[in-house]
Design a protein around this ligand. Structure first.
Ligand SMILES: NC(=O)c1ccc[n+]([C@@H]2O[C@H](COP(=O)([O-])OP(=O)(O)OC[C@H]3O[C@@H](n4cnc5c(N)ncnc54)[C@H](OP(=O)(O)O)[C@@H]3O)[C@@H](O)[C@H]2O)c1
Length: 357
């Protein structure tokens, strides 16, 4: 079975709760701590927070208590990233595997890059960001397809998602700004949208590096559309004349040509904009070259029993997938070189829980 790694789960929302369950079940991981934000979760047994038997590990709101713990890794999944906290965890000797961000060393502002590198050096630790997208779809899938190529002219990653069924009001309304007035939804003046724009910029930079392609620049285009009628979604209401659709187009440019593209086509119910591209719901990855490939990817609770599962179960499958991509990386991350680690530097990620008889 190999070495056992001591792990802390940091935050227990849709993704973090699934990660917590997986750590408890994973044969190579031992849960040693849980950090929560909510008053009603503090003091509860970790098992109770994710529908598992009691573990004897009690959730705490104290950052200092977590930093003082002896642990190999923190599975870091809060809603908002606190950069200083990340550095403190790294300095305390804990590796960090996380879903909220995707630090890519060469693309970070130099002050942050040096701060992060210094924290890793002090703690002999490493940090790695991943998930379903960014992470799996934006990096693992295109890299896997690229193994069958002689020449790659362009990589296009499309995500078409209707957030109307995603029951996470903090992410939908507070972070992504759906349901707000048009002029409030710019990544230049909203910190989370700026942060989000950076995550996918980093993803393009990381993929270009792995593909040995030197980019001249990464361009971002942001189109924001409002709805002409109000309606309810699973976690709130989208009022008339507020934002219901956002398209982000990231383009990695070489000599004026877009060579790596991420096209995020995001709506929260209402009419799908007719002038947008019309890929299938989910993710479509296209490699144009010699030869060319296209694959469509989606996560559901079940394909064989799809009709018996609720819509919520199917939507939740993407959160479980995000959690598992992070959790299954932990053993490789704990054994990796010190510093900021990209997907291409950690090797293939397989399920540590394997197939059950
Ligand atoms: N890479 C990917 O593919 C991918 C996919 C999905 C999500 N994500 C990211 O993963 C993270 C977790 O997503 P989620 O779906 O689990 O979100 P969520 O369900 O909305 O959960 C939010 C989490 O944030 C915590 N929280 C509450 N107040 C906070 C504060 N002031 N500062 C920081 N955190 C606070 C909550 O703590 P409690 O433990 O007390 O509830 C909860 O665990 C987000 O950053 C999201 O953007 C990444």
């Amino acid at each position: 079975m190999g070495k056992i790694y001591k792990v802390v789960q940091w935050a227990t929302g849709g993704v973090g709760g699934e990660a917590l369950k997986a750590i408890i079940m994973h044969p190579q991981l031992e849960l040693v701590g849980v950090k929560v934000y909510s008053n009603d979760k503090a003091g509860k047994d970790a098992g109770m927070l994710c529908g598992m038997p009691n573990t004897g590990i009690i959730a705490t709101q104290s950052v200092d208590d977590i930093i003082a713990l002896e642990a190999d890794c923190v599975s870091y999944m809060p809603n908002l990233t606190d950069f200083d906290q990340v550095c403190a965890l790294l300095r305390s000797g804990k590796n960090i595997a996380c879903s909220p961000f995707l630090f890519y060393a060469e693309n970070l502002p130099s002050a942050e890059r040096e701060q992060l590198r210094a924290a890793c050096a002090e703690g002999s630790s490493s940090v790695h960001g991943t998930g379903i997208h960014p992470g799996f779809v934006g990096m693992v899938l295109p890299l896997a397809l690229s193994g069958m190529s002689r020449r790659i002219d362009k990589i296009l990653i499309q995500e078409r998602a209707d957030w109307a069924f995603y029951n996470r009001p903090m992410i939908t309304f507070d972070n992504m700004r759906f349901g707000h007035a048009f002029e409030q939804v710019t990544f230049e003046n909203h910190p989370f949208l700026k942060f989000n724009a950076q995550i996918f910029t980093d993803q393009i930079a990381m993929l270009a590096k792995a593909m040995n392609l030197k980019l001249d620049e990464i361009k971002i285009d942001h189109e924001v559309l409002t709805t002409d009628e109000g309606y309810d979604i699973i976690c709130g209401r989208i009022e008339k004349d507020t934002v219901h659709a956002q398209r982000y187009l990231w383009q990695g440019m070489v000599n004026g040509k877009s060579r790596i593209e991420i096209d995020a086509l995001w709506t929260v119910g209402g009419k799908y904009p007719e002038h947008w591209p019309q890929p299938k719901d989910g993710w479509t990855v296209t490699l144009e070259g010699d030869p060319s490939f296209q694959t469509h990817f989606m996560a559901l609770a079940s394909f064989e029993n799809a009709a018996q599962c609720s819509l919520e179960d199917h939507v939740h499958a993407t959160e479980t997938a995000t959690a598992m991509q992070v959790i299954n990386t932990i053993p490789a991350l704990c054994e990796s070189d010190v510093g900021i680690r990209g997907t291409h530097e950690l090797g293939s990620v397989y399920s540590g829980l394997g197939m059950q008889r």
